[in-house]
Design a protein around this ligand. Structure first.
Ligand SMILES: [Mn+2]
Length: 284
């Protein structure tokens, strides 16, 4: 049987999540972020052999303790079902997750630094190489990967990063990342991987090539630049190393705040692009 890997990312837990008010807050969207996180995890526990999170687990680098507790408890419950979970931190957690005893669960692995590990999934050995988010990544990714001691014998090799890669697109105007200091060149990833999994880019997309790069996208919309995007998670079937099959699973999304909807409609009507760097930053 082919091994299945669930890949999700950019859950941004704590986004629009009131922690001080005791009153219910139906207009706040934070609850849906948690629900989508839980839904994706539950699918992984039920149907997959391995779960990988591609970073921006939390929305902030120092999330409120109630956000951390709720997230870690859910994570540990899932890990306790016996499906290993790997997290490669992103830029929102400044490449490190808030420390906690919960994270020492034997089925939980948080990559604190670049490394390659072997996961034995019922006799099928999968190499997972993970690199937490790097600033000014261009050129650095190739060096980082080249220096890593790799797993010698593996049937499948996956690389997990939290970066924009040349050719990835965001926003209503399809802004394309290419040849920037914050963007990985394709050849930097050409280091004997079947597939590269990346968080950071909030729009779901598969970049063809060798190796292919899968941005699974965020699990909810964190900016109005994402209004038209269907969010979800990906399931990868590791059959032949040369051709992993990928399925996208849609997640429910909250009603958007009115200013976002109005702005999106105006942009669509004008056929124009309303975009700046700050805006761009929110789609990552
Ligand atoms: Mn993000």
């Amino acid at each position: 049987m082919a091994k299945r890997v669930l890949f999700f990312s950019d859950t941004h837990l704590g986004f629009d999540y009131p922690v001080r008010s005791k009153r219910s807050a139906p207009h706040r969207r934070g609850e849906q972020f948690f629900k989508n996180f839980e839904t994706a995890l539950a699918h992984g526990v039920e149907h997959c052999d391995l779960i990988i999170h591609g970073g921006d687990f939390f929305h902030r680098s120092r999330p409120h303790p109630s956000v951390v507790d709720r997230a870690y408890l859910t994570l540990v419950e899932a890990a306790s079902a016996g499906v290993p979970i790997i997290i490669v931190p992103g830029n929102h957690e400044r490449s490190v997750l808030p420390p906690s005893l919960w994270l020492s669960h034997r089925f939980l692995t948080v990559f604190g630094q670049p490394q390659s590990i072997a996961m034995d999934l019922d006799g099928v050995v999968v190499e997972i190489t993970g690199v937490p988010h790097l600033n000014d990544v261009r050129g650095q990714m190739a060096r980082t990967l080249a220096e890593l001691p790799r797993v010698h014998e593996a049937q499948h090799r996956l690389c997990v990063i939290h970066q924009a890669v040349d050719g990835s697109t965001v926003g209503p105007g399809d802004f394309t990342f290419f040849n920037r200091p914050d963007t990985v060149a394709r050849h930097e990833l050409d280091q004997n991987f079947d597939l590269v999994l990346s968080g950071h880019i909030h729009r779901h997309q598969l970049l063809p090539g060798r190796p292919p790069v899968l941005h699974c996208g965020s699990t909810e919309r964190t900016s109005r630049a994402e209004v038209a995007e269907q969010k979800g998670y990906a399931v990868i079937e590791l059959e032949s190393a040369a051709d992993p099959s990928i399925t996208f699973h849609a997640l429910p999304m909250t009603e958007l705040p009115e200013p976002w909807r109005d702005r999106a409609a105006a942009v669509a009507a004008a056929g124009a692009l309303d975009y700046d760097d700050a805006h761009l930053a929110q789609t990552r």
